[in-house]
Design a protein around this ligand. Sequence first.
Ligand code: KMH
Ligand code: ZN
Length: 277
Amino acid sequence: MTTEPLIITCAVVGAELTREVYPDLPKSPDEIAVAAEQAVAAGASVIHLHVRDEAGRPSQRVDIFAEVSDKIRRRCDCILQYSTGGAVGTPLSERCAPLQLRPEMATLSMGTMNFGPEIYENSEETITAIAAAIQANGCMAELEIFDLGMLESIDRLAVKKILPEEYHIDFVLGVPGGMAGTFRNLALLVDRLTVGRTWSVAALGRQQLPLTTHGIAMGGHVRVGLEDNIYYRKGELAQSNAQLVARLVRLSVELERPVATVAEARKILGLDDRLSF
Ligand code: KMH
Ligand code: ZN
């Protein structure tokens, strides 16, 4: 089993979550920055970032991403990973807009899918446009894989030179309409990976804990946070993003995976070579 340091990503707010289901959801720039700072203090090195507008709605506005990023950077060092997924239905032009702020990382969803009752549109044309924007702004892509076919699309799109050469892969399991969050599915996906690619696992709801624990033992990296799961255990809401991160830190230590510092995470992801732009 690998003893490589574990990169923990924290997805602190997401686009779909509301205060009706999670009353303390961080929404304002200050609240999101505090949530990120606490997650980093607990052991996260990457913050997967969505933001909300003044009305609390998911937004891809550049000024809000700039404000939140600035507030996070004043509080702590971490790798900022902007969402280009936005919310289901966010137009393509809006999805890419924050990339002009040149975050270290940005997500790239690898296919269209049912997302609950809605359609999350990621046609080849959309993937091509987002991949181009990611590269034009010097970001490292994190490919979001919600289903096996999306993983199998990587080679096809790479041949067409649509994808950047360097990328990290994140398996997001358990979205209704995507691949279920099971050990077998994670093993199947990891089996199909090109050797040497870094990967992480995120899983929705009650699968977050078992799948991330499994991912640690398999030598991958992990993502937790309220975007994917609001519960600490059955019937008990998590107190915070940091609480979810802290549990994974404890598990990781027990499994002989030291938790990566931000500097170590940059090195593992190949971001340390990119800091000069
Ligand atoms: N909100 C989802 C529709 C991403 O951040 O890149 C898409 C999402 C993926 O959250
Ligand atoms: Zn997201």
